[in-house]
Design a protein around this ligand. Sequence first.
Ligand SMILES: Cc1ncc(COP(=O)(O)O)c(C=O)c1O
Length: 417
Amino acid sequence: MKGTVDFDSIREDFPILGTKTTNDRPLVYLDSAATSQKPRKVINAVSRFYRTCNANPHRGSYKISEAATEAYEKSKKKAARLINAGAWEEIVYTRNTTESINLVAQTWADENIGKGDHILISEMEHHSNLVPWLMLAHRKGAVLDYIRLNGSRTGLDEGSMEEQMAKSPKLVSITQCSNVLGAIVDVKKVARRAHERGAKVLVDGAQSVPHMSVDVREIGADFLAFSAHKMLGPSGVGVLWGRRELLEQMPPFLGGGQMIRSVEFQDFTTTELPWKFEAGTANIEGAVGFGAALDYLRKIGMDRIREHDVMLTKYALEGMSRLKGVEAFGPGLDRLDSKAGVVSFEIAGAHPHDVATIFDGEGVAIRAGHHCAMPLVVQILGKPALARMSFYLYNNAQDVDAGIAAIEKVKRTFKLK
Ligand SMILES: Cc1ncc(COP(=O)(O)O)c(C=O)c1O
Protein backbone atom coordinates (compact mmCIF):
# COMPACT_ATOMS: atom_id res chain seq x y z
CA MET A 1 0.00 0.00 0.00
CA LYS A 2 1.88 3.04 -1.28
CA GLY A 3 2.48 5.82 1.22
CA THR A 4 1.09 3.96 4.18
CA VAL A 5 2.89 2.61 7.21
CA ASP A 6 4.02 -1.02 7.22
CA PHE A 7 1.83 -1.51 10.26
CA ASP A 8 2.37 -5.23 10.58
CA SER A 9 6.03 -4.78 11.38
CA ILE A 10 5.24 -1.75 13.56
CA ARG A 11 2.95 -3.85 15.75
CA GLU A 12 5.86 -6.05 16.73
CA ASP A 13 7.52 -3.04 18.36
CA PHE A 14 4.69 -2.88 20.93
CA PRO A 15 4.99 -5.71 23.45
CA ILE A 16 1.51 -5.19 24.90
CA LEU A 17 -0.10 -5.91 21.52
CA GLY A 18 1.16 -9.48 21.76
CA THR A 19 -0.60 -10.10 25.08
CA LYS A 20 -3.93 -11.65 25.95
CA THR A 21 -6.73 -9.94 27.82
CA THR A 22 -10.31 -10.73 28.99
CA ASN A 23 -11.49 -14.29 28.18
CA ASP A 24 -7.95 -15.06 27.06
CA ARG A 25 -8.52 -13.04 23.88
CA PRO A 26 -5.64 -11.31 22.11
CA LEU A 27 -5.71 -7.62 23.01
CA VAL A 28 -7.24 -5.34 20.39
CA TYR A 29 -6.48 -1.84 21.57
CA LEU A 30 -8.85 0.82 20.21
CA ASP A 31 -8.45 3.48 22.89
CA SER A 32 -5.43 5.48 21.77
CA ALA A 33 -7.26 8.79 22.10
CA ALA A 34 -7.16 8.13 25.86
CA THR A 35 -3.55 7.01 25.90
CA SER A 36 -1.21 5.33 23.46
CA GLN A 37 0.76 2.12 23.83
CA LYS A 38 4.54 2.27 24.07
CA PRO A 39 7.11 0.76 21.72
CA ARG A 40 10.08 -1.20 23.02
CA LYS A 41 12.39 1.72 22.14
CA VAL A 42 10.57 3.94 24.65
CA ILE A 43 10.41 1.27 27.34
CA ASN A 44 14.12 0.58 26.86
CA ALA A 45 15.07 4.26 26.91
CA VAL A 46 13.42 4.71 30.32
CA SER A 47 15.04 1.55 31.64
CA ARG A 48 18.46 2.55 30.20
CA PHE A 49 18.22 5.94 31.87
CA TYR A 50 17.67 4.30 35.26
CA ARG A 51 20.46 1.84 34.65
CA THR A 52 23.07 4.25 33.33
CA CYS A 53 22.56 7.91 34.21
CA ASN A 54 19.84 8.36 36.82
CA ALA A 55 20.61 11.67 38.54
CA ASN A 56 18.98 15.02 39.09
CA PRO A 57 19.82 17.24 36.12
CA HIS A 58 21.21 20.76 36.56
CA ARG A 59 22.07 20.21 40.19
CA GLY A 60 25.07 17.94 40.13
CA SER A 61 28.58 18.65 39.00
CA TYR A 62 29.33 15.03 38.28
CA LYS A 63 29.24 12.93 35.17
CA ILE A 64 25.89 11.17 35.38
CA SER A 65 24.11 14.39 36.36
CA GLU A 66 25.60 16.03 33.28
CA ALA A 67 24.39 13.07 31.22
CA ALA A 68 20.88 13.44 32.71
CA THR A 69 20.91 17.17 31.93
CA GLU A 70 21.94 16.48 28.36
CA ALA A 71 19.28 13.78 27.92
CA TYR A 72 16.57 16.06 29.32
CA GLU A 73 17.51 18.96 27.06
CA LYS A 74 17.86 16.70 24.05
CA SER A 75 14.26 15.59 24.55
CA LYS A 76 13.15 19.24 24.45
CA LYS A 77 15.14 19.84 21.28
CA LYS A 78 13.29 16.95 19.62
CA ALA A 79 9.90 18.29 20.81
CA ALA A 80 10.83 21.73 19.43
CA ARG A 81 11.77 20.22 16.07
CA LEU A 82 8.50 18.27 15.88
CA ILE A 83 6.37 21.40 16.03
CA ASN A 84 8.89 23.74 14.35
CA ALA A 85 9.29 25.93 17.44
CA GLY A 86 11.64 28.88 17.15
CA ALA A 87 13.90 27.57 19.93
CA TRP A 88 13.97 24.64 22.34
CA GLU A 89 13.88 27.13 25.22
CA GLU A 90 10.24 27.71 24.25
CA ILE A 91 9.41 24.14 25.27
CA VAL A 92 8.14 23.89 28.85
CA TYR A 93 7.59 20.43 30.26
CA THR A 94 4.52 20.00 32.45
CA ARG A 95 2.66 16.88 33.58
CA ASN A 96 0.17 16.82 30.68
CA THR A 97 -1.98 18.94 28.37
CA THR A 98 -4.24 19.77 31.30
CA GLU A 99 -1.40 21.27 33.30
CA SER A 100 -0.07 23.14 30.25
CA ILE A 101 -3.43 24.85 29.77
CA ASN A 102 -3.78 25.57 33.48
CA LEU A 103 -0.30 27.09 33.41
CA VAL A 104 -1.41 29.63 30.80
CA ALA A 105 -4.67 30.26 32.67
CA GLN A 106 -2.86 30.95 35.93
CA THR A 107 -0.02 33.06 34.52
CA TRP A 108 -0.60 34.85 31.21
CA ALA A 109 -4.39 34.91 31.51
CA ASP A 110 -4.36 35.85 35.17
CA GLU A 111 -2.34 38.97 34.30
CA ASN A 112 -4.07 39.86 31.06
CA ILE A 113 -7.74 39.01 31.55
CA GLY A 114 -9.95 41.05 33.83
CA LYS A 115 -13.53 41.87 34.65
CA GLY A 116 -15.80 41.88 31.62
CA ASP A 117 -13.12 40.57 29.24
CA HIS A 118 -14.09 37.78 26.85
CA ILE A 119 -12.43 34.38 26.53
CA LEU A 120 -13.48 32.34 23.51
CA ILE A 121 -13.48 28.55 23.20
CA SER A 122 -15.73 26.15 21.27
CA GLU A 123 -18.56 23.82 22.16
CA MET A 124 -16.40 20.76 21.52
CA GLU A 125 -13.62 21.35 24.03
CA HIS A 126 -12.31 18.71 26.40
CA HIS A 127 -12.81 19.68 30.06
CA SER A 128 -9.08 20.49 30.13
CA ASN A 129 -9.71 23.38 27.79
CA LEU A 130 -12.94 24.44 29.42
CA VAL A 131 -12.77 24.16 33.21
CA PRO A 132 -9.55 26.26 33.57
CA TRP A 133 -11.31 29.06 31.66
CA LEU A 134 -14.48 28.71 33.74
CA MET A 135 -12.30 28.95 36.86
CA LEU A 136 -10.58 32.05 35.48
CA ALA A 137 -13.88 33.63 34.42
CA HIS A 138 -15.35 33.01 37.88
CA ARG A 139 -12.23 34.37 39.57
CA LYS A 140 -11.96 37.48 37.44
CA GLY A 141 -15.52 38.26 36.43
CA ALA A 142 -14.61 37.55 32.80
CA VAL A 143 -17.02 36.09 30.24
CA LEU A 144 -16.55 32.66 28.66
CA ASP A 145 -18.02 32.49 25.14
CA TYR A 146 -18.41 29.50 22.85
CA ILE A 147 -18.12 29.07 19.09
CA ARG A 148 -21.13 26.92 18.25
CA LEU A 149 -20.95 23.71 16.26
CA ASN A 150 -22.44 23.63 12.77
CA GLY A 151 -25.83 21.99 12.17
CA SER A 152 -24.36 18.61 11.24
CA ARG A 153 -22.06 18.71 14.30
CA THR A 154 -19.04 18.07 12.16
CA GLY A 155 -17.11 21.26 12.87
CA LEU A 156 -17.36 24.88 13.90
CA ASP A 157 -20.11 27.16 12.68
CA GLU A 158 -18.49 29.94 10.64
CA GLY A 159 -21.19 32.48 11.44
CA SER A 160 -20.93 31.81 15.15
CA MET A 161 -17.17 32.20 14.98
CA GLU A 162 -17.51 35.61 13.32
CA GLU A 163 -20.15 36.66 15.85
CA GLN A 164 -17.94 35.72 18.79
CA MET A 165 -14.77 37.20 17.30
CA ALA A 166 -16.62 40.51 16.96
CA LYS A 167 -16.57 40.70 20.78
CA SER A 168 -12.77 41.05 20.57
CA PRO A 169 -11.86 38.29 23.02
CA LYS A 170 -8.56 38.54 24.87
CA LEU A 171 -7.88 34.86 24.32
CA VAL A 172 -9.10 32.21 21.90
CA SER A 173 -8.36 28.71 23.18
CA ILE A 174 -9.30 26.05 20.70
CA THR A 175 -8.82 22.35 20.11
CA GLN A 176 -7.19 21.30 16.86
CA CYS A 177 -9.04 18.00 17.04
CA SER A 178 -12.07 16.94 19.05
CA ASN A 179 -11.61 13.80 21.13
CA VAL A 180 -15.31 13.02 20.70
CA LEU A 181 -16.16 13.97 17.12
CA GLY A 182 -12.72 13.48 15.64
CA ALA A 183 -13.34 16.82 13.90
CA ILE A 184 -10.15 18.56 12.81
CA VAL A 185 -10.34 22.33 13.17
CA ASP A 186 -8.66 24.75 10.78
CA VAL A 187 -6.79 26.44 13.62
CA LYS A 188 -4.74 28.52 11.20
CA LYS A 189 -7.92 30.29 10.13
CA VAL A 190 -9.13 30.64 13.73
CA ALA A 191 -5.74 32.10 14.72
CA ARG A 192 -5.80 34.59 11.86
CA ARG A 193 -9.26 35.84 12.76
CA ALA A 194 -8.34 35.96 16.46
CA HIS A 195 -5.16 37.92 15.82
CA GLU A 196 -7.05 40.41 13.65
CA ARG A 197 -9.14 41.04 16.77
CA GLY A 198 -6.09 41.37 19.00
CA ALA A 199 -6.55 38.03 20.82
CA LYS A 200 -3.87 35.56 21.80
CA VAL A 201 -4.38 31.98 20.62
CA LEU A 202 -3.86 28.76 22.53
CA VAL A 203 -4.19 25.53 20.58
CA ASP A 204 -5.09 22.30 22.39
CA GLY A 205 -3.02 19.82 20.42
CA ALA A 206 -3.67 16.77 22.64
CA GLN A 207 -5.35 14.86 19.79
CA SER A 208 -3.65 16.52 16.82
CA VAL A 209 0.09 16.63 17.57
CA PRO A 210 0.31 12.81 17.98
CA HIS A 211 -1.43 12.21 14.66
CA MET A 212 -0.43 14.82 12.09
CA SER A 213 2.19 17.41 11.20
CA VAL A 214 1.67 20.49 13.34
CA ASP A 215 3.84 23.55 12.70
CA VAL A 216 3.28 26.27 15.29
CA ARG A 217 4.70 28.97 13.07
CA GLU A 218 2.55 27.94 10.13
CA ILE A 219 -0.67 27.88 12.15
CA GLY A 220 0.24 31.12 13.89
CA ALA A 221 -0.48 29.98 17.44
CA ASP A 222 0.80 31.75 20.54
CA PHE A 223 0.63 28.65 22.76
CA LEU A 224 0.33 24.93 22.01
CA ALA A 225 -0.38 22.22 24.59
CA PHE A 226 -0.02 18.45 24.18
CA SER A 227 0.79 15.25 26.10
CA ALA A 228 3.61 12.72 25.63
CA HIS A 229 1.47 9.78 26.75
CA LYS A 230 -0.82 10.11 23.73
CA MET A 231 2.15 9.88 21.35
CA LEU A 232 4.00 6.75 22.46
CA GLY A 233 5.75 8.48 25.36
CA PRO A 234 5.46 7.95 29.11
CA SER A 235 2.71 9.44 31.25
CA GLY A 236 3.51 12.49 33.32
CA VAL A 237 5.12 14.60 30.59
CA GLY A 238 3.17 17.38 28.94
CA VAL A 239 4.36 20.12 26.65
CA LEU A 240 3.56 23.77 26.69
CA TRP A 241 5.06 25.62 23.77
CA GLY A 242 4.76 29.39 23.86
CA ARG A 243 6.21 32.24 21.85
CA ARG A 244 9.37 33.35 23.59
CA GLU A 245 8.32 36.96 24.11
CA LEU A 246 5.11 35.85 25.81
CA LEU A 247 6.83 33.28 28.02
CA GLU A 248 9.39 35.90 29.01
CA GLN A 249 6.70 38.39 30.05
CA MET A 250 4.65 35.85 31.98
CA PRO A 251 4.94 35.48 35.74
CA PRO A 252 6.10 32.07 37.01
CA PHE A 253 3.62 29.25 37.59
CA LEU A 254 4.77 27.16 40.56
CA GLY A 255 7.38 28.43 42.99
CA GLY A 256 10.26 26.35 44.29
CA GLY A 257 13.65 25.03 43.34
CA GLN A 258 15.01 25.29 39.82
CA MET A 259 12.81 28.22 38.71
CA ILE A 260 14.73 30.94 40.56
CA ARG A 261 17.83 33.00 39.84
CA SER A 262 18.19 34.21 43.41
CA VAL A 263 16.20 34.09 46.64
CA GLU A 264 16.39 36.36 49.67
CA PHE A 265 14.28 36.24 52.79
CA GLN A 266 11.77 38.71 51.35
CA ASP A 267 12.20 38.43 47.59
CA PHE A 268 13.19 36.26 44.63
CA THR A 269 14.00 36.59 40.95
CA THR A 270 13.16 34.01 38.29
CA THR A 271 15.62 32.24 36.06
CA GLU A 272 15.68 31.99 32.26
CA LEU A 273 13.36 29.97 29.99
CA PRO A 274 12.19 27.30 30.11
CA TRP A 275 13.28 26.57 33.70
CA LYS A 276 11.32 29.54 35.02
CA PHE A 277 8.20 27.39 34.54
CA GLU A 278 9.63 24.11 35.81
CA ALA A 279 9.80 24.25 39.58
CA GLY A 280 11.02 21.14 41.41
CA THR A 281 12.52 17.94 40.13
CA ALA A 282 11.28 17.13 36.65
CA ASN A 283 10.01 13.81 35.30
CA ILE A 284 13.43 13.16 33.83
CA GLU A 285 12.92 9.52 32.86
CA GLY A 286 9.59 10.51 31.30
CA ALA A 287 11.29 13.20 29.23
CA VAL A 288 13.96 10.73 28.13
CA GLY A 289 11.28 8.21 27.13
CA PHE A 290 9.44 10.97 25.29
CA GLY A 291 12.64 11.74 23.37
CA ALA A 292 12.71 8.11 22.22
CA ALA A 293 9.02 8.33 21.24
CA LEU A 294 9.74 11.45 19.19
CA ASP A 295 12.58 9.65 17.39
CA TYR A 296 10.22 6.78 16.65
CA LEU A 297 7.48 9.03 15.27
CA ARG A 298 9.95 11.04 13.23
CA LYS A 299 11.32 7.92 11.60
CA ILE A 300 7.85 6.96 10.39
CA GLY A 301 6.79 10.51 9.55
CA MET A 302 3.74 12.37 10.80
CA ASP A 303 2.21 12.56 7.32
CA ARG A 304 2.35 8.78 6.97
CA ILE A 305 0.76 8.39 10.40
CA ARG A 306 -2.05 10.70 9.33
CA GLU A 307 -2.56 8.66 6.12
CA HIS A 308 -2.72 5.49 8.16
CA ASP A 309 -5.32 7.01 10.53
CA VAL A 310 -7.42 8.09 7.55
CA MET A 311 -7.24 4.61 6.01
CA LEU A 312 -8.43 2.97 9.26
CA THR A 313 -11.12 5.58 9.88
CA LYS A 314 -12.51 5.18 6.38
CA TYR A 315 -12.56 1.41 6.80
CA ALA A 316 -14.31 1.69 10.17
CA LEU A 317 -16.91 4.18 8.95
CA GLU A 318 -17.64 2.02 5.92
CA GLY A 319 -18.07 -1.03 8.13
CA MET A 320 -20.34 0.81 10.54
CA SER A 321 -22.44 2.29 7.74
CA ARG A 322 -23.41 -1.27 6.72
CA LEU A 323 -24.85 -2.00 10.18
CA LYS A 324 -28.41 -0.99 10.98
CA GLY A 325 -29.00 1.10 14.09
CA VAL A 326 -25.40 2.23 14.39
CA GLU A 327 -24.68 5.95 14.29
CA ALA A 328 -21.19 7.44 14.08
CA PHE A 329 -20.69 11.05 15.20
CA GLY A 330 -18.55 13.80 13.71
CA PRO A 331 -17.34 14.17 10.11
CA GLY A 332 -18.26 11.17 7.98
CA LEU A 333 -16.96 9.45 4.86
CA ASP A 334 -17.54 12.61 2.80
CA ARG A 335 -15.31 14.65 5.12
CA LEU A 336 -12.34 12.39 5.77
CA ASP A 337 -9.94 15.31 5.26
CA SER A 338 -11.26 16.84 8.48
CA LYS A 339 -11.74 13.58 10.42
CA ALA A 340 -9.19 12.12 12.82
CA GLY A 341 -8.97 8.47 13.84
CA VAL A 342 -11.61 8.93 16.52
CA VAL A 343 -15.03 7.35 15.96
CA SER A 344 -17.66 7.90 18.64
CA PHE A 345 -20.76 5.86 18.03
CA GLU A 346 -24.08 4.76 19.36
CA ILE A 347 -25.91 1.47 18.91
CA ALA A 348 -29.65 2.13 19.19
CA GLY A 349 -31.04 0.12 22.10
CA ALA A 350 -27.72 -0.55 23.86
CA HIS A 351 -26.17 1.61 26.57
CA PRO A 352 -22.58 2.64 25.72
CA HIS A 353 -21.29 1.18 28.99
CA ASP A 354 -22.84 -2.20 28.12
CA VAL A 355 -21.33 -1.85 24.66
CA ALA A 356 -17.85 -1.33 26.13
CA THR A 357 -18.31 -4.33 28.44
CA ILE A 358 -19.32 -6.61 25.57
CA PHE A 359 -16.35 -5.31 23.54
CA ASP A 360 -14.10 -6.12 26.48
CA GLY A 361 -15.45 -9.68 26.52
CA GLU A 362 -14.22 -9.94 22.93
CA GLY A 363 -10.81 -8.55 23.86
CA VAL A 364 -11.50 -5.17 22.26
CA ALA A 365 -10.61 -2.17 24.44
CA ILE A 366 -12.76 0.88 23.75
CA ARG A 367 -13.98 3.73 25.92
CA ALA A 368 -17.53 4.68 26.88
CA GLY A 369 -18.64 7.77 28.73
CA HIS A 370 -18.80 11.51 28.24
CA HIS A 371 -15.11 11.56 27.23
CA CYS A 372 -14.40 14.57 29.44
CA ALA A 373 -16.56 16.69 27.19
CA MET A 374 -19.87 16.74 29.06
CA PRO A 375 -21.28 19.94 27.55
CA LEU A 376 -20.74 18.49 24.06
CA VAL A 377 -21.94 14.94 24.72
CA VAL A 378 -24.79 15.67 27.10
CA GLN A 379 -26.01 19.13 26.12
CA ILE A 380 -25.24 19.35 22.40
CA LEU A 381 -25.49 15.72 21.27
CA GLY A 382 -28.10 14.95 23.94
CA LYS A 383 -26.52 11.63 24.96
CA PRO A 384 -25.71 10.39 28.47
CA ALA A 385 -22.59 8.74 27.04
CA LEU A 386 -21.03 7.50 23.80
CA ALA A 387 -18.84 4.56 22.90
CA ARG A 388 -15.62 5.45 21.10
CA MET A 389 -13.04 3.61 19.02
CA SER A 390 -9.80 5.40 18.31
CA PHE A 391 -6.83 4.38 16.22
CA TYR A 392 -3.10 4.86 16.03
CA LEU A 393 -0.17 3.74 13.95
CA TYR A 394 -0.06 0.24 15.47
CA ASN A 395 -3.68 -0.59 14.60
CA ASN A 396 -4.57 -2.46 11.44
CA ALA A 397 -7.64 -3.44 9.44
CA GLN A 398 -8.06 -6.62 11.51
CA ASP A 399 -8.43 -4.46 14.63
CA VAL A 400 -11.23 -2.56 12.92
CA ASP A 401 -12.79 -5.88 11.87
CA ALA A 402 -12.70 -6.94 15.53
CA GLY A 403 -14.48 -3.69 16.46
CA ILE A 404 -17.16 -4.25 13.82
CA ALA A 405 -17.60 -7.88 14.91
CA ALA A 406 -18.00 -6.67 18.51
CA ILE A 407 -20.77 -4.30 17.41
CA GLU A 408 -22.50 -7.26 15.78
CA LYS A 409 -22.11 -9.20 19.02
CA VAL A 410 -23.76 -6.32 20.93
CA LYS A 411 -26.65 -6.39 18.49
CA ARG A 412 -27.02 -10.16 18.88
CA THR A 413 -26.79 -9.93 22.67
CA PHE A 414 -29.57 -7.35 22.89
CA LYS A 415 -31.50 -8.89 19.98
CA LEU A 416 -31.40 -5.61 18.06
CA LYS A 417 -32.52 -5.45 14.44
C1 LIG B 1 -8.69 17.22 23.15
C2 LIG B 1 -8.06 16.92 24.47
N1 LIG B 1 -7.57 17.92 25.21
C3 LIG B 1 -6.98 17.71 26.39
C4 LIG B 1 -6.86 16.44 26.90
C5 LIG B 1 -6.22 16.24 28.23
O1 LIG B 1 -5.04 15.53 28.11
P1 LIG B 1 -4.28 15.05 29.42
O2 LIG B 1 -5.21 14.13 30.14
O3 LIG B 1 -3.07 14.35 28.90
O4 LIG B 1 -3.98 16.26 30.21
C6 LIG B 1 -7.36 15.36 26.18
C7 LIG B 1 -7.29 13.99 26.72
O5 LIG B 1 -7.94 13.09 26.28
C8 LIG B 1 -7.97 15.61 24.93
O6 LIG B 1 -8.47 14.61 24.19
